[in-house]
Design a protein around this ligand. Structure first.
Ligand code: NAG
Ligand code: NAG
Length: 307
């Protein structure tokens, strides 16, 4: 089936699609790792699911690791998608450093703002690198993302300090719609259940822990821990949420545990926000009557090759 009807259907389908935000501890992501064929293929498939992906444990001073992944994504989706990225400085207290990296669909969302949280009292091993993105929603035009990869030794203090970061973001951008996400190590030996419920992000009202306690975010069959989390703040943002879950990539891609562990020991966690386009007028029927030659140029993507 070709012609205007197909294009209209595609247009309508893309309107109905949810907007997916993901966080993934990609376990010591280096250039040597991503250039391995199977790692590359699986990572690209994981990245392709997300409109915004926040990668953690990117270990790369040069930016080559992410450039390589972006090249792969751009060539796989040539002419149908655009990708951009944003990376934090290298963060860490010792010689071991890692970065937070956002990889996002620049044909669906724009980066509005970002900053590195200033960790004056050295509360975090890897202080959040905060970014604000547009959403394709009339009722919530933008959302701020606050990633954190805690150090397992200090989970409780870091997660309480994350509440302070939340307040800083809310004040700075005058926004209540904020998503805190990442490998919080908020379970098992790193944080007892009793302590979990005393965290400010649990006792203060307004936070919704989208990845529920008990959901396994770890690859190993021998572990069952909810380390990776997505926490939503803001009634508008919470109202848009459709689904939240860990993505069991070994099962979806039929990988053995051993194969999966070459990618990561964590699952990505994902939240789907409704595009909430009910306020938008449906395209007029005149759209159907336009010849394909007129429609095609309108639908061709213009990616600006920034970053
Ligand atoms: C890596 O990217 C960051 C920000 O995107 C930039 O400031 C930095 O200069 C880049 N580093 C290298 C070695 O290209
Ligand atoms: C992990 O433990 C929870 C209970 O805490 C259980 O509901 C869940 O089914 C377990 N998941 C796996 C994969 O074993």
């Amino acid at each position: 089936m070709h012609g205007p009807t197909t294009l209209l259907l595609l247009f309508l389908a893309s309107q109905a699609e949810a907007f997916r935000i993901c966080a993934f501890n990609a376990h010591r992501l280096t250039l040597a790792k991503v250039t391995r064929e199977q790692v590359k293929d699986t990572l690209v498939q994981i990245l392709a699911r997300c409109d915004i992906m926040v990668l953690q444990e990117v270990v790369d001073a040069s930016n080559k690791t992410i450039s390589f992944l972006l090249e792969e994504l751009r060539s796989k989706f040539y002419n149908s998608r655009c990708y951009g990225f944003l990376n934090s400085p290298q963060l860490g207290r010792s010689t071991y450093k890692e970065k937070y990296v956002y990889i996002y669909r620049s044909d669906k969302t724009q980066l509005l703002n970002f900053y590195q949280y200033e960790d004056e009292d050295d509360l975090f091993a890897r202080e959040p690198f905060v970014a604000q993105f547009t959403l394709p929603s009339k009722i919530l035009p933008s959302v701020a993302l606050v990633p954190l990869h805690t150090t397992p030794k200090d989970v409780e203090n870091e997660l309480n300090a994350l509440h302070t970061v939340f307040l800083d973001v809310a004040r700075r951008w005058q926004s209540k719609d904020i998503i805190l996400l990442g490998d919080f190590n908020a379970d098992c030996a790193s944080l007892a259940k009793k302590r979990l419920n005393t965290l400010l992000l649990r006792t203060e009202v307004g936070f919704s822990w989208a990845i529920a306690d008990g959901e396994d975010t770890t690859v190993r069959a021998s572990t069952n821990c909810t380390y990776d989390r997505i926490v939503l703040h803001g009634v508008t943002c919470q109202g848009l949420m459709r689904t939240a879950s860990a993505f069991n990539f070994p099962q979806s891609f039929q990988l053995s545990e051993e194969e999966a562990l070459t990618i990561s020991d964590h699952y990505p966690v994902e939240v789907e926000l409704d595009k909430a386009t009910h306020c938008v007028q449906p395209p007029s029927l005149a759209f159907l009557l336009l010849p394909v030659s007129v429609l095609l140029p309108l639908l061709t993507l213009q990616c600006s090759l920034v970053a």
